[in-house]
Write a protein that binds this ligand. Sequence first.
Ligand code: 16G
Length: 244
Amino acid sequence: LEPQNWYAGGRGSRYRQLFRHLSDLIGSGDLRPDEQLPSEREIAEIAGISRVTVRKAIGELANAGLIEQRRGAGSFVRSQPDRHEQSLSTLISFTENLEMRGITSSSKVLLAGLFQPTTQESTALGVGPNQQIARVNRLRSGDGTPMALEYSALPGDILPHPDKVGTSIYEILRQNGTAPTRALQRVTATNATSSVADLLEVETGTALLQIKRTAYLPSGRPIEYTNGYYRPDVYDFVSEIGLD
Ligand code: 16G
């Protein structure tokens, strides 16, 4: 953690910047498994931010499964399991999640364009039937293994050029200052239809996790509705819960 560069090129809130900086250090291997992080007080001093902010960033890293907080001993970098993990309690993108674990993500765009919304999309996104929505359907892989199939819809004014989505939708939103800050997710179990199974390279009927995410701007405006199918043999969704 170099005092001069931890926030280099940072966007978003301070804790989010610190979270990203530390997760990058873990993803790149600069912070190794089992290595102890400096204390909250030390990080706050080096980074020139408050301890409350540091605590929030550390909490997010724990939620994301990147570090482990050992009572009385401090925070340690967790070694990554063979199965991939994604936090259910942190608002994170597919690309970000894999990158911070040092995994190369790739996407195959199956469809990208502007369309008239379906009733479900106009209800979820609060757009009128005559407003266009951007639809991006992607097969998403980590280190070459197909992991997820995501069907995303966003209001046309939020993503006017869906065909230009390279890797990450959230990165585009962040650049435009329209990244979501809150989301509602519904997780269900489902069986792969033959078309979904073909894309994910599993047998038809294989159990999959289906997650529908509606993500919102701070104003409360919904800006993303994604229906995703995740392979449970390679992907775990993890959340830390507590009484406080
Ligand atoms: C995650 C989100 C999905 C979002 C995508 C953006 C879940 C269950 N879903 O996969 O809703 O559209 O990230 O990823 O976590 P991107 O920025 O890499 O395109």
